[in-house]
Write a protein that binds this ligand. Sequence first.
Ligand SMILES: Cc1cc2nc3c(=O)[nH]c(=O)nc-3n(C[C@H](O)[C@H](O)[C@H](O)COP(=O)(O)O)c2cc1C
Length: 240
Amino acid sequence: MEPIGERFQRETKYDRSLKVSKTRLFAHPEQFKSYPDAPRVKLPAPPEEEGPGLWETMKERESVRSFSEAPISIEILARLLWSIAGVRKEEWGFLFRTVPSAGGLYPIETYIMANRVEGVEKGIYHLHVPTFSLELIKEGDHSPALTQAALGQNMVATSALTVIWTAVIDRCRIKYGERGFRYIYLDAGHAGQNLYLAATGLKLGCCTIGAFFDDEVNEIVGIDGIQETVLYMAAVGKRA
Ligand SMILES: Cc1cc2nc3c(=O)[nH]c(=O)nc-3n(C[C@H](O)[C@H](O)[C@H](O)COP(=O)(O)O)c2cc1C
């Protein structure tokens, strides 16, 4: 039997004999997620300050899995989140971000597990992109559960924050059909690299995480795993 990965590549290929973008759904999913009743934490705008240069930052970037117990500030958190989903310009009704996205459809949603961030209580938060604020969706210490969901990788427990990237699949599928899954994974990769570079520029440690029990992470975030599902995570903190 053809392995599912090979079948996926084959069935989502663009082919000159076929029309592209075969699937069209009827209902457009919302462009941004929001939790209107959730308590909000407004994030500070990132300052226009000089850091290390791009080339130096790329050279320094590495995966760091050991963190100190020192907290990070909300200003640092804001800079990290701006690197992932900051709005850099608004044009033609689109909020163009710091990361590229196929078709400008932005299927990726960003959540964090705040563990040790000054001015932000422990909990699971969703990043509301248009207002650049965090929406508290679950209070309390979720680090033991998230660590277990990440196959017991201890960097989650010791991180200052762990980013959880999910995708609202239909945002991309509505235009690209099943091929949209390719773009969703690529979009997540761009966010991951931006976070690595931002963390490196801020002298923090960061490690992205692809090994996790999907359903357990989906449950922690409170999503169904079908319309919206976890894709990728990243632990960030001060280096040990
Ligand atoms: C898609 C992806 C998933 C990853 N998942 C994990 C993970 O679950 N645990 C981990 O310790 N590192 C993970 N990493 C980090 C890689 O192990 C790391 O990037 C690789 O060893 C190269 O090292 P460097 O990032 O320091 O250059 C992941 C990296 C990527 C790109």
